[in-house]
Design a protein around this ligand. Structure first.
Ligand code: CO8
Length: 260
């Protein structure tokens, strides 16, 4: 499919989705969200794609939020539909069987921070800025921010950020665990690809099962999480990759995983 507001590339097993609306700092209007949704469907179905990277085009913004000019005249029903659609798209990222890395290259505000938080791994460039400024617009986060931010950084910091609308820089985001790495802007995509390549060198079924176990466990009690982990662990032993991985270790050679 042809896209107007995003770019979609495939390089050696890695799909790169770049939000590309530079005039509005890559803000998410409905059309852009629909294109992201479509791109996610395509990468989900494409067996060549092993890992996905999401970034913002240009050097200034990852995504500066939902598009305020489009939201300003919404009635409550439209606002609910918009929030639910955005939530559904971001949940698709979270539930995708392939790892998704956010390469945050500038402003990640409101819906932009929420998009990054739906990804499995977040890395940022030094000039990245994060925040949930919605209360300053008289609204609250609507694409999962009230749910994911406390799960990622804890209740106190999440409430501080959401109630004040404060913007934090990349170093602070690293300190509070909102991102896992900060690099120079010109190295950001290279670093994201390096992480993707490292993941792709492992048993990808195991990576997928680990993602599922972590996602289920974070929203469940410990017994449910442990029980899921044990079952997913058992499933690994039905794969060729488990046999290959362990044989390769014992034979002191690099494993050749086949994703089976
Ligand atoms: N929506 C629409 N346009 C935007 C947005 C946005 N979120 N952010 C920036 N723009 C536009 C500006 O209007 C401006 O356009 P123009 O050139 O036509 O005037 C252009 O991008 C450049 O922006 P600035 O001139 O403001 O650039 P600065 O460098 O001065 O400032 C900032 C950069 C700090 C990022 C500033 O643009 C800003 O504060 N943007 C808004 C950030 C924000 O509040 N984001 C949260 C939006 S609300 C949200 O995301 C809720 C998500 C859940 C929705 C649920 C559905 C109901």
């Amino acid at each position: 499919m042809e896209f107007k507001n995003i770019k979609l590339e495939l390089n050696e097993g890695v799909s790169l989705i770049a939000i590309d609306r530079p005039k509005s700092l890559n803000a998410l209007n409905l059309e852009t969200l629909k294109e992201i949704d479509q791109a996610l469907e395509e990468v989900k179905e494409n067996e060549e794609v092993k890992v996905v990277i999401i970034t913002g085009a240009g050097e200034k913004a990852f995504v500066a939020g939902a598009d305020i000019s489009e939201m300003k005249d919404m009635n409550p029903l439209k606002a609910k539909e918009f929030a639910e659609f955005g939530q559904k798209v971001f949940r698709k990222i979270e539930l995708m069987k392939k790892p998704v890395i956010a390469a945050v290259n500038g402003y990640a505000l409101g819906g932009g921070c929420e998009l990054a938080m739906a990804c499995d791994i977040r890395i940022a460039s030094h000039n990245a800025k994060f925040g949930q400024p919605e209360v300053g617009l008289g609204i609250i986060p609507g694409f999962g921010g009230t749910q994911r931010l406390p799960r990622i950084v804890g209740m106190s910091k999440a409430k501080e950020l959401i109630y004040t609308g404060d913007m934090i820089d990349a170093e602070e985001a690293l300190r509070i665990g909102l991102v896992s790495k900060v690099v120079e802007q010109e190295k950001l995509l290279e670093e994201a690809y390096n992480i993707a390549k490292k993941i792709m060198s492992k048993g990808m079924i195991a990576v997928r099962l680990a993602k599922e176990a972590i996602n289920i466990g974070i929203n469940a009690d410990i017994e449910t999480g442990m029980s899921y982990e044990a079952k997913a662990f058992a499933v690994c032993f039905a794969t060729e990759d488990q046999k290959e991985g362990m044989a390769a270790f014992l034979e002191k050679r690099a494993p050749k995983f086949v994703d089976k």
